[in-house]
Design a protein around this ligand. Structure first.
Ligand SMILES: [Zn+2]
Length: 107
C-alpha cells in the first residue's frame, strides 16, 4: 500500500466531506479496500459526523418551516376575518340599499 494509516486518518475527514483531490480520494479508497482498521474508522467517522449534521439541518429546517406556517396561518386567518367582515358589510349595505329602494318604490 505504501501510504501509512496516519496519513489516511488525516485524509478521511476531507474524503468524507468530499473536498480532497481526486488523487487523495483514490489513495484513500485504495487503502480502505486493503486496511480493515482504517475502513472501520472511516465507517465510524461517516456514521458519527455526517448524519448528525443532517439531523441538525433537518431540525432547523423543520423549526423554520413551523415558524413560517404559524406566521402564515395567523396572516391567513387575519385576511379571512377581514374578508368575511368586508363581505358581510358589502352584502348588508347592498341589502339595505335594495330594501330602502324597493320599500320607497312599493310605498
Ligand atoms: Zn490503514
Amino acid at each position: 500500500m505504501g501510504i501509512s494509516c496516519k496519513i489516511i486518518e488525516d485524509l478521511l475527514p476531507l474524503y468524507i466531506d468530499g473536498v480532497c483531490s481526486e488523487e487523495s480520494k483514490e489513495v484513500v479508497e485504495e487503502h480502505l479496500s486493503e486496511c480493515s482498521r482504517c475502513e472501520d474508522m472511516f465507517r465510524h467517522m461517516k456514521s458519527t459526523c455526517l448524519p448528525k449534521q443532517d439531523v441538525d439541518v433537518n431540525l432547523n429546517e423543520a423549526e423554520a418551516l413551523r415558524d413560517l406556517s404559524k406566521k402564515w396561518n395567523r396572516k391567513l386567518l387575519g385576511a379571512m376575518i377581514k374578508g368575511v367582515i368586508s363581505t358581510l358589510l358589502l352584502v348588508g349595505g347592498m341589502l339595505l340599499i335594495i330594501y330602502i329602494f324597493v320599500g320607497f318604490k312599493g310605498a
